[in-house]
Design a protein. Structure first.
Length: 481
């Protein structure tokens, strides 16, 4: 196991193959075949990762009341929603979510894919940029972009989601990080070459246990000056699916998405896919950097039993039906039948079903589910929602995969210190009003708009205060509407 400087326990996901087996993989195995084989192993790893997570910070294992008892002086969390700080607004302007309506599309366009940029965007020259492979290898390599582009490549639809997806869905949120709703996702087509093949060419030496990836972006986090760095075990790096990527949706990477070279780790949370990749170092293990600690499921700020985030869980999201009010994002549809569409994913695991509710989760119906658009992609789903009566409705959806994993149930007591990995169902607040059928039709959204501030959510001439469950549906997880 990899150990921190304080020698605390780090939970690692067991892999289906040994390092020696992976290093000896037949050289005639194509990158495409390696990805398919790796997906089988990653599916098993994903199940184990979810089990470890639930055992440590799942709703049945830990709660916000338990955290409060452990850290009574904690100031980094709040249970309010209308106290967003200027620092959070600044982060959310630099780190944007996907446009939720793009869930109707099979491929997420470059400008609509979520972005988390920890520091500043480095502007690197693709003509002179090189990737250095160093450490416990027989042959250190210095690869140009031309070298990498000349290697056998693959194009894969890869669903990527930020580890902080759903942070705002939790009743108690960490307010010193990006205030993500459910919208930090994207499924684009990435083109690149095989990391495992490059490491084989370098010649991984006996005793190698860990691979460290360094990006060109530099900043301060946790009070430490650092380049963005992540690591994985040698087994994970050699599994066969990890990509050294230079194109997104058939075009060269843009600066914000990691140009000219980035890592893509299919099936894992997005933090593993290091952008602006400059070096890969093979080591004997023992390195545990800030970005490894930060992206761990923890009960408290210092948690010796923390569980690193790795594989994606199962999740379904919907493209909100109807059209929105500009300020509140309240969705409006006319009475009648409406086709609700969305996407579901589970990393390397196949999907089993998606369920839909139009009554706030009281009852559920099975949606029609298509196949994934790749071993690490997502799948389309749809359902026809018929409604005759005007009024207000809360729509939800949830996914289940073929390995028996499911999303978190709604739970105000659920808590993990960094607010990561939340999968409580997306809620969409919808008004049914026939006036939406006519240009120039009048619809009053004053109640919804005032409800954005707790102090203004009161009875007025426009109607009674919005009940808390409807406020939650509309504002608890920004990005859902």
């Amino acid at each position: 196991a990899l150990l921190s400087k304080t020698q605390t326990t780090i939970h690692l996901v067991p892999l289906a193959h040994t390092a020696s087996t992976l290093r000896a993989m037949a050289p005639h195995t194509s990158f495409e075949e390696s990805i398919l084989e790796a997906a089988k192993a990653e599916a098993e790893n994903a199940v184990q990762a979810r089990s470890r997570t639930l055992a440590h910070v799942g709703a049945a294992a830990f709660s916000r009341s338990e955290h409060k008892a452990l850290e009574p002086d904690d100031w980094r969390h709040t249970d309010q929603r209308d106290n967003i700080t200027p620092a959070e607004v600044q982060l959310s302007k630099r780190c944007h979510g996907a446009h939720i309506e793009t869930l109707s599309q099979e491929v997420t366009q470059v400008g609509s894919h979520y972005l988390l940029i920890h520091y500043d965007v480095p502007f690197l020259n693709a003509q002179t940029h090189t990737l250095r492979i160093k450490g416990l290898v027989d042959n250190e390599l210095q690869l140009t972009m031309a070298d990498l582009r000349d290697r056998p490549s693959s194009t894969q639809a890869v669903l990527m989601a930020c580890a902080g997806t759903g942070r705002m869905s939790m009743k108690v949120r960490l307010w010193t990080h990006v205030p993500w709703g459910v919208d930090s996702f994207g499924c684009s087509k990435w083109t690149g070459c095989s990391l495992a093949d490059v490491l084989r060419e370098a010649g991984v030496q006996a005793g190698a246990r860990q691979v460290i990836f360094t990006g060109a972006d530099r900043g301060v986090e946790g009070g430490k000056v650092q380049y963005f760095q992540r690591s994985m075990t040698i087994e994970e790096a050699m599994l066969g699916h990890v990509m050294l990527v230079y194109q997104m949706n058939g075009q060269d990477l843009t600066p914000a998405h990691g140009a000219p070279l980035r890592l893509i780790v299919p099936g894992w949370y997005g933090m593993a896919s290091v952008k602006w990749l400059t070096s890969i170092e093979v080591t004997e293990g023992g390195w545990w950097g800030y970005q490894m600690e930060a992206y761990s499921f923890r009960r408290t700020a210092e948690d010796a039993e923390r569980v690193p985030l790795t594989s994606l869980p199962v999740r379904a999201l919907m493209a909100p039906p109807g059209i929105p009010d500009f300020f509140s994002r309240t969705r409006v549809v006319a009475p009648g039948t409406h086709r609700v569409v969305g996407r579901a994913w589970a990393g390397a695991v196949d999907l089993d079903r998606v369920e839909f509710s139009s009554d706030g989760g009281k009852t559920w119906s099975d949606a029609r589910l298509s196949s994934k658009n790749g071993p690490f992609g997502w799948a389309a789903w749809e359902i026809d929602w018929h409604i005759d009566a005007e009024g207000t409705y809360v729509l939800l959806c949830r996914g289940f995969d073929a390995k028996g994993r499911s999303q978190d149930d709604p739970n105000d007591d659920q808590f993990n210190w960094t607010g990561m990995g939340d999968t409580q169902p997306q809620m969409v607040y919808v008004k049914v009003d026939k006036a939406i059928e006519y240009d120039g039709g009048s619809i009053d959204f004053l109640v919804e708009q005032r409800a954005a501030r707790t102090s203004l959510n009161t009875d007025t001439d426009h109607g009674p205060a919005l009940p808390q469950h409807l406020v939650n549906a509309l504002y608890r997880s920004p990005g859902s509407q």
